[in-house]
Design a protein around this ligand. Sequence first.
Ligand code: TLP
Length: 349
Amino acid sequence: MHTIELRSDTLTQPTPAMRKAMAEAPVGDDVFGEDPTVNRLESLAADRTGKAAAMFVASGTMANLVAQLTHCGRGSETILGDHSHVFYYEQGGAAALGGIHPRTLPNRSDGTMAIADIAAAVRPDDVHFPRTRLILLENTHNRCGGAPLTPAYTAAVGRLAQEHGVKLHIDGARIFNASVALGVDVPALAAPADSISFCLSKGLGAPVGSVLCGSRAFIAEARRHRKVLGGGMRQAGVIAAAGIVALTEMVDRLAEDHANAKRLAEGLAEMDGVGVDPAGINTNIVYFEVTRRDMDAPALAERLKGEGVAVLAAGPRQLRAVTHYPISAGDIDDALAAFSRVLERGAQP
Ligand code: TLP
């Protein structure tokens, strides 16, 4: 049975153009800086984010870890949201491997942290305290329903960071979704930050890879951290080639994913047994609740799987569906029909 795969946009498939580019990519040893395809991807990524330099890495997790290792020293502190991916889903890597202390602040439902909370969390110079070195934002915000952070908010955090001599990193795993949803260029969203990472392997459809972008000096130092983590990838042009296709051909179509997410949320909002506010869906991530008592989130996910629809149980009553290439509007309608069947049948075997 064909499965409509909505668990994550990480389950995207490479396009035919990506597979062709991968097969034909000229390659060299990237640790020597000699892979022409990686070099092309890196200069394209720097250009698309408005930064001076960029570095190809294996994953979003590696990009965020390298960013933190590069900005912070051991015993220093990062301010980040309590629902941020870095805090929630990255094994506390910065603490485990870098001796960097996480200071979490509440994420509001729009993915922001209150500016006053951030200002109050920056440590004064006192021998008792770690030194605050970094503020970390996430755009779009995964656990906050794919909420895009506005340029005005990011600029306000950037000003605060500058006033306090602290760096700003954006986990922009889905920054191109934010850009398309807000109608704002990525450089405008990234300008207040000292560094930004984004993923090629989510909505942009590439099979592997993320890019970390920043100043030339920052990226030069980041290359040392990537290497010590075992992230020097040699003839990585074979995968970077797909990343070039992702950046040049897959950005504008993200609007289709956003429309599909909205279509899904609107359909679900009309059904008894699940709850979602379609007005809150701005990009490609739909969190929704099971509201009926005879079924919890894992049970609903299991029954949907039997109907050829894969969604993620994100909590006891919460589920997540993420749209991406090549999910179509027709797939969403088929998924909604499967939801109807499952909810109608209820907990009956
Ligand atoms: N997110 C994945 C899972 O890890 C939860 C997903 O399915 O959403 N930043 C953000 C905002 C992310 O959503 C993710 C992946 C990452 C970083 C990490 O990227 P990878 O998986 O490439 O290490």
